[in-house]
Design a protein around this ligand. Structure first.
Ligand code: ADP
Ligand code: ADP
Ligand code: SF4
Ligand code: SF4
Length: 589
């Protein structure tokens, strides 16, 4: 079975030399019609039945607009939805089960939202043909767990609730005070409990338009939980939250399933997904072209297969390299030469005061910064970057610093390529940077785009690239994982590690994603205090010492997966959790 997908946003028949694909197609040249021109829309159409799959058009198209793939025949009957001729195709759907949290793991653009829209009854799947009837959908899933689900959905016996992905858009759609919003949502009479659990007491009387990202996220989750529904979908519940909040939210969502509800979630933080889900589906394919839901897998095994890049039951390799975690979390720390010693630094904003103890950074190391939101992590990084002047102490070094802020401003007029080549054109051509940074982050595909038209995830990848190609001694990266999908997070982690190791440079990274922290860090800097009031930055320490200190404050223990070495959060009060707390090993190596 062959599918041809054309990205019409990229296709530009005038600029490629007048429908180049049509002219080079061997079938067309022999008088056939594998590619025809849709005169009305002024664009090429590939007729899959006539195309031989030679791939010539794919290679010739200067804008990489065409994808041709051969897929196993057996997928055909699992074809759920196709957005149109030569458009994205979705194969199979996730299971939905009462009393279970089903996690979805995979890159963006592979149909996760499409699947959820179908399950929420917002999109009638066309079954890759011209279907216009839910009865046909029910028939297509006969014998499958979803048959019953779709029957109920059709008869309006299922009420779905969706916690949207982009919580920052909520203030545009909903006005008023948090209290009023949540009171209105409360159909289960648990307002007080949910507000307490999600620590929303202090924002109840605030206007929604004045909430931070992390507050909006918790309000959105509260609003979903307070509804009385059958099917709950949480799209990226961890964005904007710190580690403690992430695991707390995971626990609250789990309770929902424990009370018998069916829960589905998309989550890119693997520690959170692991903690949250009973089973997971890996979605694989090619973003924008097609997506396939794997069979449901046990959470541990599914995440391990994902990290390996190979799905055993499906016999599919979807990533050439495997992601491995160093089992000993104590890396080489402090072997290199000292890059810089910084003095005691204080920043007093009036309402908030940060005190950083003096510390040293070494050449060739990556130090991660961890701590709750509002504790002064960004303030510290800004002082080192020279953006914010300390109230006490001085940063008067000669170091060249490259800084990626948490909130990326877009006031650049021009393309991504213009921006990056002005920063360092040489590195864009350098083969090490191409294989380690540019290609894994998919940056060359963005070169022709206008910087001010990039999506959140695209902008993040460009900003990380801009920071890492600069010639500098110290790289400061504030929350590089924000807006990135799981595959991009792994790519960024690998890039940061490899570049620092190879170039002997130093990176300081503010991060909340535990797997990313574990993968990239040689050492850790822990921030403690009272969020919004005062913060204290401890000097960098070894991973074990740092994690023990940090996680003891959070009250969560981690163990390591014996196969992949990845950190896994222990369930609260489990045997391991209690044992580890007793001996003070919160982060088992
Ligand atoms: P994910 O949630 O995994 O990011 P989506 O389900 O949002 O993926 O989208 C998968 C692909 O489907 C997108 O890359 C997009 O190209 C395509 N798509 C989504 N909605 C439409 C639509 N209404 N018309 C045509 N294509 C669409
Ligand atoms: P984190 O990065 O740990 O989330 P931040 O460094 O961003 O924390 O902020 C710490 C505290 O300092 C917050 O309470 C924030 O509101 C306050 N703060 C940050 N920047 C300023 C500023 N320019 N003026 C006043 N207060 C600020
Ligand atoms: Fe030209 Fe590529 Fe569009 Fe074909 S798909 S018309 S080669 S830009
Ligand atoms: Fe023609 Fe080959 Fe492209 Fe198919 S893959 S449309 S046969 S050039």
């Amino acid at each position: 079975m062959r599918i041809a997908v054309i990205d019409y946003d990229r296709c530009n028949p005038d600029k490629c030399g007048n429908f180049l694909c049509e002219r080079v197609c061997p079938v067309n040249r022999m008088g056939g019609e594998a590619i025809i021109i849709d005169e009305e829309n002024y664009r090429p159409v590939i007729q899959e039945a006539s195309c031989t799959g030679c791939g010539i058009c794919v290679h010739k198209c200067p804008f990489n607009a065409i994808t041709i793939v051969n897929l196993p025949e057996e997928l055909e009957e699992g074809c759920v939805h196709r957005y149109g001729v030569n458009a994205f195709v979705l194969y199979r759907l996730p299971v939905v089960k009462d009393g279970m949290v089903v996690g979805i793991l995979g890159p963006n653009g592979t149909g996760k939202t499409t699947a959820v829209k179908i399950l929420a009854g917002q999109l009638l799947p066309n079954l890759c043909g011209d279907n216009e009837d839910w009865d046909n959908v029910i028939r297509a899933f006969r014998g499958n767990e979803l048959q019953n689900y779709f029957e109920k959905l059709k008869n309006r016996q299922i009420k779905p609730v969706v916690k949207p992905q982009y919580v920052d858009l909520i203030p545009k759609a909903v006005k008023g005070k948090v209290r009023d919003l949540l009171k209105k949502a409360d159909e289960v009479g648990k307002f007080d409990d949910v507000v307490r659990e999600l620590e929303l007491e202090n924002v109840l009387d605030r206007d929604i338009k004045h909430l931070s990202g992390g507050e909006l996220q918790r309000v959105a989750i509260a609003a979903a939980i307070l509804r009385d529904a059958h099917f709950y979908f949480f799209d990226e519940p961890s964005s904007y939250l710190d580690i403690k909040q992430r695991l707390k939210v995971a626990r609250i969502i789990r309770h929902l399933a424990d009370s018998g509800k069916a829960v589905l979630t998309v989550e890119h933080d693997l520690a959170v997904l692991d903690y949250l889900s009973d089973v997971i589906h890996v979605v694989y394919g090619k973003p924008g072209a097609y997506g396939i839901f794997s069979q449901p897998k046990g959470t541990r095994n599914g995440i391990n297969e994902f990290l390996r890049g190979y799905l055993k039951d499906e016999n599919v390799r979807f990533r050439p390299q495997e992601i491995r975690f160093t089992k000993s979390s104590e890396r080489k720390s402090q072997e290199g030469e000292i890059l810089v010693e910084y003095p005691r630094l204080v920043k007093d904003y009036g309402g908030f005061r940060l005190e950083a103890e003096p510390g040293a950074l070494y050449m060739g190391e990556v130090v991660s910064i961890v701590g709750p939101n509002g504790i002064g992590k960004t303030t510290f990084v800004k002082m080192l970057a020279g953006v914010e002047k300390p109230t006490e102490g001085e940063v008067d070094w000669e170091l060249k610093v490259s800084y990626k802020p948490q909130y990326i401003k877009v006031d650049y007029e021009g393309t991504v390529y213009d921006l990056l080549s002005k920063i360092n054109a040489g590195k864009l051509l350098n083969s090490f940077y191409k294989t380690e940074l540019l290609n894994p982050l998919g940056v060359p595909d963005l070169y022709d785009k206008q910087v001010n038209e990039l999506s959140g995830g695209e902008l993040q990848r460009v900003a990380i690239t801009a920071a890492l190609i600069r010639d500098a001694d110290l790289y400061l990266l504030d929350e590089p994982s924000a807006y990135l999908d799981v595959e991009q997070r792994l790519a960024v982690s690998r890039a940061i590690r490899h570049l620092m190791e190879k170039e002997g440079k130093t990176a300081l990274v503010v991060e909340h994603d535990v797997l990313m922290i574990d993968y990239i860090s040689d050492r850790l800097m822990v921030f403690e205090g009272e969020p919004g009031k005062h913060g204290k930055a401890l000097p960098p320490t070894g991973m074990r010492e740092g994690m023990n200190r940090f996680l003891a404050g959070v009250g969560i223990t981690f163990r390591r997966d014996p196969d992949t070495g990845r950190p896994r959060a222990n369930k609260e009060n489990s045997v391991k959790d209690r044992e580890q707390k007793e001996i003070g090993e919160y982060y088992y190596v």
